[in-house]
Design a protein around this ligand. Structure first.
Ligand SMILES: NC(=O)c1ccc[n+]([C@@H]2O[C@H](COP(=O)([O-])OP(=O)(O)OC[C@H]3O[C@@H](n4cnc5c(N)ncnc54)[C@H](O)[C@@H]3O)[C@@H](O)[C@H]2O)c1
Length: 325
């Protein structure tokens, strides 16, 4: 079996690639080392995959159809994770997000159409729910009220995928991820920032009195959910589904901070700031559809997942002791 992963050098993509390679699946990876965060971090994410003979890598931008034509891929399934992520920067530069995420997805779908590749698993986001008042968030809820350009691009891509499904029979499973964390988490995300700053004794910024809540979901659970989505999209079809992948157990920001401090054995210094535009107040996934269609059962408790992240962070950021001459 051979799959193609876009955004393979990122946080979720590199964890997924390592997992699939460990199961003997061939992986073709695409990434343009987008400058949202450091190329060196992404190269480090890919270090073990690049040593695996079942992995091939293309430094290609998905908005570039000629670049895509240089990719050699003979499988049936694309796992499309490439995107500019991040809510706040999308408010500063919406044009860039619309181009990269929407035009990028459309260019990729066009390439799939021409190549006759019929199956896609797409990384959508809980941000499409905006400030949904009904909890938990279900796939049948109205999502016509995105509060950031990033969220808008994710909803637009779900719609693009539907159009290519109807017109050209490209099946897609659109997974709405809820705040993913774990080893290699993006440096802009709260858990990564908190661990880094608290470890160094620096203050952390708490937006909106710490009462916001997130359905933090461990990357190992997400990767297994993607694997199940690959199986579903390859089952006799056609398929178009939107499915939440979350932990279904929201955690208040202050509870998260206290758990991290406890694990680091360090008291945090808090700097309270007003809520940020574009940030939703609360996320909470209804995962009954994921349980039914993907047998998805998130099983990693927050403390375990945080400890895994902290161990990875400390191993990666501790200066290496040079051998004595
Ligand atoms: N991490 C989360 O909590 C979360 C939550 C919801 C949805 N998602 C979605 O999951 C996907 C992966 O997220 P992540 O946290 O691993 O982000 P990430 O930024 O670590 O990974 C995305 C990767 O895509 C690449 N990329 C961006 N634009 C590209 C382009 N035009 N061509 C080729 N490659 C490109 C980047 O270089 C990066 O390596 C994204 O689509 C994101 O929107 C993530």
């Amino acid at each position: 079996m051979e799959v193609l992963i876009t955004g393979v050098a990122g946080f979720i993509g590199s964890n997924l690639a390592d997992y699939l390679l460990s199961k003997g699946i061939k992986v073709v990876g695409i990434d343009n080392y987008d400058n949202f965060y450091s190329r060196a971090v992404k190269e480090q994410n890919l270090a073990s995959a690049l040593n695996n003979p079942n992995f091939s890598f293309y430094e290609v931008d998905i908005t570039d159809s000629e670049g895509l034509n240089s990719v050699s891929f003979n499988g049936t399934t694309v796992i499309h994770l490439a995107a500019k992520a991040g809510v706040r920067p999308s408010i500063e530069n919406p044009k860039l997000y619309v181009h990269n995420n929407i035009t990028g997805t459309q260019t990729l779908l066009e390439w799939m159409k021409v190549k006759g590749i019929k199956n896609m698993v797409f990384a959508s986001s809980s941000s499409v729910y905006g400030n949904n008042e009904k909890t938990p968030f279900a796939e049948s809820d109205n999502v016509d009220h995105p509060i950031s350009p990033y969220a808008l691009t994710k909803k637009a891509c779900e719609l693009l995928n539907f159009t290519y499904f109807k017109l050209y029979g490209i099946s897609s499973i659109n997974l709405r991820f809820f705040t993913v964390y774990g080893e290699r988490q993006r440096p802009d995300l709260a858990i990564h920032k908190f661990v880094k700053l608290i470890s160094a004794g620096n203050p952390i910024e708490i937006y909106g009195a710490g009462q916001t809540g997130r359905d933090y979901t461990y990357v190992g659970d997400i990767v297994r959910g993607i694997e199940q989505a690959m199986a579903l999209v390859n089952a006799p079809g056609p398929h178009y589904e939107i499915i939440n992948l979350g932990n279904s157990s929201p955690v208040k920001l202050m509870e998260l901070v206290n758990t991290i401090s406890e694990l680091l054995n360090t008291k945090p210094v808090l700097n309270y700031l007003p809520p940020q535009p574009g940030d939703v107040e609360f996320t909470y996934a209804d995962v009954s559809k994921a349980a039914e269609l993907l047998h998805f059962r998130p099983s990693t408790p927050l403390k375990t997942g945080l400890q895994n992240f902290i161990s990875w962070f400390q191993a990666t950021n501790t200066p290496k002791i040079l051998p004595q001459k």
